[in-house]
Design a protein around this ligand. Structure first.
Ligand code: DCP
Ligand code: MG
Length: 368
């Protein structure tokens, strides 16, 4: 059993981790580009007349209960005058590259999680006398100066708590969680906020009566293990504010994929196949851009009732052509759709087991 004393003397509390997350990122960039949008409820992504979902929205729209991943139609119902903007990923990628440059001025140990957030391990950074809070404040100041956008930062001794902290005082927040504050704070935390607890695990935990960190603290590791396998130890430690995961700079990409949701569900196999080929072409282009190739092709099918099936095929060697990829699609699709006889709402293709494309694979002969 981990006790409070053990947490405060745990060697991992010596680390200094910062999590930086931009505020309402896509929406904030759009408002910067067009200041007349400020003050109006605004959604980026989706289209109220079709099926898309909200990528993000500004804080004015959040007041109406609109949030990321919500169906556009629901968003419009909650706020009929909300403005829908098309995402401009090029622009967001540019800003993302700018903030990464700023991070690298403080430490090489930067782990980007998405375009708008990253972990930084500043344990060895000597700027500002090594005071992580001051480093975080300076990072926020430089981001604002350089991009005219605000970010929220969380400072703590591990990734889990730094991320929780950055979310506590959004927007433009700077929040510190110190070792002696961790246990009480984690006790209050809803179980869905724990790293690695997605909607499925959250449901399972709740069925077991685990709704908060405090509930989780009452479960011994040996009771969690048969239920959560290799994740049990992580959950057990996290309940006491411990998370030993390192900040991993430039974590290699594990897969490249592309998927699409249809305006109208598909039930014709030929039509599904041609859609899959389009996705595969996107994936091939993306792989080529990154000078990657892979051994495993996965087809994902989501049905009209939102259930989902994936089917994979692994080659002995990395793919050397687009043709190889599309040759396995009919069989994978067939296996996937034979599971359920329902209309198809979404199709996707992913290539994983990635390796760098070298002379033997596709650098010379293009994947396309
Ligand atoms: N995003 C998306 N689809 C989602 C969630 C997010 O496309 N389901 C995109 C749009 C966001 C960006 O990623 O702008 C960053 O995601 P965040 O979760 O950090 O959300 P925001 O930065 O928009 O808002 P917050 O201020 O809550 O961080
Ligand atoms: Mg954000």
């Amino acid at each position: 059993m981990l006790t409070e004393g053990m947490i405060q003397t745990h060697p991992e509390t010596r680390r200094r981790i910062i999590h930086v997350d931009m505020d309402a990122f896509y929406a904030a960039v759009e408002m910067r580009e067009n200041p007349s949008l400020r003050g109006r409820p605004l959604v980026v992504g989706g289209d109220p007349d079709r099926r898309g979902t909200v990528a993000t929205c500004n804080y004015e729209a959040r007041k109406f209960g609109i949030h990321s991943a919500m169906a556009s139609k629901t968003a419009r119902k909650r706020c009929p005058e909300v403005l829908f903007l098309k995402p401009r990923f090029e622009l967001y990628r540019e800003v993302s590259a700018e903030i990464r440059e700023i991070f690298l001025d403080y430490t090489n140990r930067v782990e980007p999680l998405s375009l708008d957030e990253a972990y930084l391990d500043v344990t060895r950074c000597r700027l500002f006398g090594g005071v992580a809070t001051d480093i975080a404040r300076d990072i926020k100041r430089r981001i604002l100066e350089h991009t005219k956008l605000t970010a929220s930062a969380g400072v703590s001794y591990n990734k889990f708590l730094a991320k929780i902290a950055s979310d506590m005082n959004k927007p433009d927040g700077l929040t510190v969680i110190r070792p002696h504050e961790a246990k009480a704070l984690v006790s209050q935390l809803p179980i869905g906020k724990f790293f690695g607890v997605g909607p499925v695990t959250e449901k399972r935990m709740k069925e077991l009566g685990i709704h908060t960190g405090a509930d989780l603290q009452r479960w011994s590791l040996s009771r969690l293990q048969p239920l959560f396998g290799k994740h049990a130890e992580y959950y057990h430690q996290a309940a006491f504010g411990i998370d030993v995961r390192e900040v991993e700079p430039n974590r290699p990409r594990k897969s490249v994929g592309s998927e699409t949701t249809f305006d109208k569900d598909l039930s014709d196999l030929e039509e599904m196949l041609s859609q899959l080929r389009l996705r595969a072409r996107e994936v091939a282009l993306n792989l080529q851009e990154r000078q990657l190739t892979g051994k495993t092709v996965t087809v994902k099918v989501k049905f009209s009732d939102f259930t989902q099936v994936t089917r994979s095929y692994s080659f002995n060697h990395p793919l050397t052509s687009y043709r190889q990829m599309i040759e396995v699609l009919p069989q994978l699709l067939h296996h996937a759709v034979s599971v359920r006889s329902r209309a198809v709402r979404l199709l996707g293709v992913t290539v994983s087991n990635l390796v760098r494309s070298d002379e033997e694979t596709i650098a010379q002969r293009s994947l396309l």
